[in-house]
Design a protein around this ligand. Structure first.
Ligand SMILES: Nc1nc2c(ncn2[C@@H]2O[C@H](COP(=O)(O)OP(=O)(O)O)[C@@H](O)[C@H]2O)c(=O)[nH]1
Ligand SMILES: [Mg+2]
Length: 364
């Protein structure tokens, strides 16, 4: 899973990238800033995995991971209409997008706009995504028209349905800047998924506020209410400070944050939100060797979960011994959960819940 960071020049994308990944990529203040994309893998924090690891003291603790990608500058103006084409291609390969909008005032950092207005910048980013998608849709529409005469009767029917649907998507993009997938059937969804439309990706907007507003959520509320629907969820963070926080070790971090009134690192808030927006959940496996969080999609069943670990386990699946994390934690362990009647044997079709601790019985 890839989270791509999108934003106008000097909004603080690379700063936020560093805050998320703990990496030390050069921000624009270094004149040598290469303009290359940055990529890093981050462990998604999960206090439940920490608890389980404290309990089992395994040799290895394995988090779920997310790739974060930061792009070379997005420039406005300079005769360039919209995002650079090479960015759009990379953005299509992302699973979710994180907008970074400039919310800090600092004369020493050139602002491509005259004023600081994060809601305006988020809107213009959304618009760019809609433009890019419109181009895809229009290109496909003219392809359909071209291939129509060469197609068989059955193919034509299919093309006609696709065309009808694409015209709907086009109108939605033109009028609302996005197509609402809610209620669209599977055939239609598979059509739009094929095109990797950017406006259909889960989006989170982060307002990069000045140091004075660190820990203050009101800016996020203000920006959210200034955005037209459909608006992405908005969070506020003080990027520069958060980058410092990411560079501290655990003992220094808590003190530094409480001095600033920051209750939780922005990194944790963003990664959790991204995770949720991606429609992902985790299940756990535990033991003396390894405590591990595994990623599956919300709605996946026990066999799919087993498949994640090993295809043999899925093939020889007998039962999934299941304990919800909350039950495990409340009862202080498996035995307590069993005594409380909270230990379950589930079959292949069981829909795994976020936080389930699973032990698979299988036979190959
Ligand atoms: N004052 C202030 N400066 C920031 C903040 N975030 C980033 N900057 C500065 O803004 C400049 C551009 O940041 P950078 O992360 O490279 O922006 P990018 O072009 O979007 O990647 C750098 O000099 C950063 O140090 C912030 O929250 N407050
Ligand atoms: Mg940058």
């Amino acid at each position: 899973m890839i989270l791509g960071i999108v934003g106008w020049e000097n909004s603080g994308k690379t700063t936020v990238f560093n805050a998320l990944t703990g990496a030390a990529a050069q921000t624009a203040s270094f004149s040598g800033s290469s303009g290359e994309a940055n990529m890093a893998v981050v462990k998604v924090p999960d206090p439940r995995l920490d608890f389980l690891s404290d309990k089992f003291k395994p040799k290895k603790k394995t988090h779920v991971e997310l790739k974060v990608m930061d792009f070379a500058p997005f420039r406005k103006g300079q005769g360039e209409k919209g995002f650079p084409a090479k960015h759009i291609a990379s953005l299509r390969s992302c699973d979710a997008l994180l907008f970074v909008a400039r919310g800090f005032d600092d004369e020493s950092v050139p602002n491509p706009e005259d004023t600081v207005n994060p809601a305006r910048d988020i809107e213009s980013l959304m618009l760019e995504l809609a433009f890019a998608d419109l181009e895809v849709v229009e290109r496909r529409l003219s392809r359909i028209d071209e291939s129509f005469s060469k197609s068989s009767k059955d193919e034509r029917k299919k093309l006609e349905r696709e065309k009808e649907f694409l015209l709907e998507v086009k109108t939605a993009l033109e009028e609302n800047g996005a197509f609402a997938v809610d209620g669209a059937d599977e055939e239609r969804l598979s059509i739009v998924r094929n095109y990797g439309l950017l406006t259909l990706k889960p989006i989170i907007a982060a307002v990069n506020v000045g140091d004075d507003s660190a820990g203050d959520p009101s800016e996020a509320d203000r920006v959210r209410s200034a955005l037209p629907a459909p608006a992405p969820p908005v969070i506020a963070l003080a990027g520069k400070l958060e980058m410092e926080i990411a560079g501290l070790d655990d003992s220094e971090r808590a003190e530094f944050m409480s001095g600033l009134g920051i209750s939780e690192p922005a990194r944790d808030r963003i990664l959790r939100l991204a995770w949720d927006r991606l429609g992902l959940i985790v299940f756990f496996t535990v033991g003396d060797d390894e405590c591990r969080a595994w990623a599956i999609r919300r709605g996946d069943n026990a066999v799919t979960a087993a498949e994640k670990i090993h295809s043999d386990i899925a093939r020889g699946f007998i039962r999934a011994e299941t304990t919800a994390y909350d039950d495990f934690a409340a009862a202080g362990g498996f035995q307590g959960a069993k005594d409380a009647g909270r230990f379950r044997l589930e079959g292949k079709t069981y829909i795994v819940h976020d936080g389930d601790i699973l032990q698979f019985r299988f036979n190959v």
